[in-house]
Design a protein around this ligand. Structure first.
Ligand SMILES: *C/C=C(C)/C=C/C=C(C)/C=C/C1=C(C)CCCC1(C)C
Length: 246
């Protein structure tokens, strides 16, 4: 497709995409600034992961704002504008968010693999939902993806929370805050999706859907990172093997 034709696809919602680009960029610079003085290699892990999350999101928001990350999909006799770059973003950033949480909780390899497996399945089936050609199949794939999200949150509330409670009380409390943030924010994504243009129900116009995803993305990435990285002493405790675990 001609680059010119692709640019023309971005409508007034580009305002929110530019705010997303700037917000993710500022978040990235903030985390880089804070992380520069960190010497502990385990602590650096949290910084590296979190910096990658906002860097990837900044790049994908830039792609969407400039008309590269968007395409059109024919559903029935209707043409839908689909920002495919969201799925490219989420495919990498959501596993990294779960990795942050898993490292904090001290989860084992199997738990991390289960979480990330469910997550990739969720984003993959969500992307199929976005490109499916009939309203019925779109909603079916949305249901499959939402099932994976619920299973993922079940692991967060179950195994991962149990792991976190085995750490110090400060780590358990920080984990609890972040876990609740993830539950509250992540559950809103399928809601915005089904109410938005993707759901074909025509309840939330593309303009407001784009605004909602931007607020969710900034909260779930920059907000999450600020809460995670703000307490150096708690993170130090999370990465120092406790005598109880030894
Ligand atoms: C930084 C980005 C984040 C935290 C994105 C999270 C995205 C989701 C939890 C998306 C979930 C979806 C479903 C459960 C149903 C199908 C549509 C999706 C992909 C929006």
């Amino acid at each position: 497709m001609l680059p010119l034709a692709m640019t023309a696809l971005v409508g007034p919602e580009s305002l929110w995409l530019w705010i997303g680009t700037i917000g993710m960029t500022l978040g990235t610079l903030y985390f880089i600034g804070r992380g520069r003085g960190v010497r502990d290699p385990k602590m650096q892990e949290f910084y590296i992961i979190t910096i990658f999350i906002t860097t990837i999101a900044a790049a994908m928001y830039f792609a969407m704002a400039t008309g590269f990350g968007v395409t059109e999909v024919m559903v029935g006799d209707e043409m839908l504008t689909i920002y495919w770059a969201r799925y490219a973003d989420w495919l990498f950033t959501t596993p990294l968010l779960l990795l942050d949480l898993s490292l904090l909780a001290g989860a084992n390899r199997n738990t991390i693999a289960t979480l990330i497996g469910l997550d990739i399945f969720m984003i993959g089936t969500g992307a199929i939902a976005a490109f499916a050609a009939t309203p019925g199949t779109r909603i079916a794939w949305w249901g499959i993806s939402t099932g994976a999200l619920l299973a993922l949150l079940y692991v967060l509330v179950g195994t991962l929370s149990k792991n976190a409670r085995a750490q110090s009380s400060e780590v358990a409390s920080l984990f609890g805050t972040l876990r609740n943030l993830v539950i509250a924010l992540w559950l809103l994504y399928p809601v915005v999706w089904i109410l938005g243009t993707e759901g074909t129900l025509g309840i939330l116009p593309l303009y407001w859907e784009t605004a909602a995803f931007m607020v969710l993305d900034l909260s779930a990435k920059v907000g999450f990172g600020v809460v995670l990285l703000r307490s150096r002493s708690v993170l130090e405790r999370a990465v120092t093997p406790s005598t109880a675990a030894a």
